[in-house]
Design a protein around this ligand. Structure first.
Ligand code: BTN
Length: 243
């Protein structure tokens, strides 16, 4: 369906730009892409290095019915949608690192930042989904973890940002519609099939929490197996790492 697309050379953050453009009506949805960002944001208050160089920095405004409670699992659904879009273009296999990082060959390929904007009218929640994807990035100074780009990982494919963006937006729209109707349940298996943490020894909170990766529950929390017991961790404030 229709989107209100803005392609910019430079912006502070495409998520912020969408927030500025979100109107009082939910259609058409604003989409902002930029060649680079001066204040790219990551999850948990981190920055997202956003150099020029044919990467994707894209944000889309979404309007979801069902109120705030219905958003549980949305960020995982978006991870599945982006993974599907990229796989269809040949980026296979893709991994998901809970809650919604995109991985290829054990390195981070991209990340998703979901921000709740507010309630438009009774039960209709506006959400901004921002996707950062390494497409042609060949070196980066301020990235603090192992990363890879689509062009590094699949050099035989001709990666075009417009193709990638179109594929992602289509999958996102489709996935969000299904999520709105049926909830997270129908995405659980798709998410789990790409889980890079499964059976891995994991820790969170500097080792305060430890366990073996055991997939997600019905709400999209991550499960850690500790002997006979299983605990669940929520996405709000935690980052899990392989020990
Ligand atoms: C993460 O892995 O921490 C999420 C990174 C999300 C980065 C994207 S780039 C486009 C959009 N604009 C931002 O400022 N952040 C997101």
């Amino acid at each position: 369906s229709k989107v209100d697309l803005h392609v910019l050379e430079e912006v502070d953050s495409t998520n912020r730009e969408v927030a500025r453009r979100l109107g009082l009506v939910s259609q058409p949805l604003p989409v902002v892409m930029a060649d680079c960002q001066t204040q790219g944001r990551g999850r948990l208050g981190r920055t997202w290095a956003s150099p020029k160089g044919e990467n994707i920095y894209l944000s889309v405004g979404l309007a979801l019915s069902g109120g705030f409670g219905a958003l549980e699992g949305l960020s995982l659904v978006l991870g599945v949608a982006v993974a599907r879009a990229l796989e269809a273009l040949g980026a296979n296999p893709l991994g998901l690192k809970w809650p919604n990082d995109l991985y290829a060959f054990n390195r981070k390929l991209g990340g998703i930042l979901v921000e709740i904007q507010g309630e438009l009218q009774e039960g209709c929640v506006q959400v901004i989904a921002g996707i950062g994807l390494n497409v042609h990035m060949s070196d980066a100074e301020d990235v603090d973890q192992p990363w890879v780009s689509l062009a590094n990982a699949w050099p035989e494919i001709r990666w075009r940002r417009s193709d990638i963006a179109a594929a992602m937006l289509n999958e996102i729209e489709r996935a969000v519609r299904i999520f709105e109707q049926d909830g997270f349940g129908s995405f659980k298996d798709s998410w789990q099939a790409r889980d890079i943490f499964l059976d891995m020894p994991l820790k969170a909170k500097d080792g305060e929490l430890q366990g073996i990766g055991a997939g997600i529950d019905e709400k999209g929390n991550y499960r850690l197996q500790q002997g006979d017991a299983t605990i669940s961790v929520g996405a709000g404030d935690i980052s899990l790492r392989i020990t």
